[in-house]
Design a protein around this ligand. Sequence first.
Ligand code: AP5
Length: 189
Amino acid sequence: MGRRVIITGVPGVGKTTVVTGALKVLEQEGIVYRTLNFGTYMFDVALKEGIVRDRDEMRKLDKEIQKRLQKLAAQAMAREEGNIIIDTHASIKTPSGYLAGLPEWVLRELMPDTIVLVETNEDQILLRRLSDETRSRDLEGSYGIAEHQQFNRAIAAAYSMYAGCAVKYVTNADHLLEKAVEDLAAVLR
Ligand code: AP5
């Protein structure tokens, strides 16, 4: 059985960018991980069912539908073997409040070794969201982003209690992407 590492971070913090960088570093050392994107697993089902047109609509679906998609995604990922990175969210900001990204029934399937929280200053995240025209990012201010990051730290502590996993904070600050990449690579080695 390989290692399972879950990568989380608020939208636009750059988690996918940091993961891509860390995988390149590790490849040179002969360490191989596969990345599974939780949102893509959910989106594939939602698209087939005709309930969304783009991935940013998923967090606006009825909470019970999101939970059903979440469960199906977790079950599909649990069947994967080898060293795996799961790119997902500690919590999802929905119109009716924060939804746990890794509730008990998801964690039980995935049982990660480590949960990584990619974070940075909320103003930097706001600017990154504004300059990303490929996505329908939620319009929220720095205060809302700070609150979301704070909630993610709290819920990650609960996840570690349940799964017995480590929780690692990786800072992905402007102009310091290499430092974030190296910090994540160290977790994955
Ligand atoms: P997902 O596809 O994961 O959406 P996301 O959070 O928006 O993730 P992205 O990959 O687009 O953003 P990112 O933070 O990785 O940033 P990026 O690297 O692109 O999830 C989609 C949906 O699926 C969710 O909304 C939810 O509905 C659902 N979902 C997923 N998991 C779920 C779960 N467990 N339960 C329920 N629902 C779930 O970078 C962003 C920008 O920043 C780029 O322009 C980049 O160039 C820039 N950047 C990155 N690093 C730096 C740096 N150091 N300095 C300057 N710029 C930087």
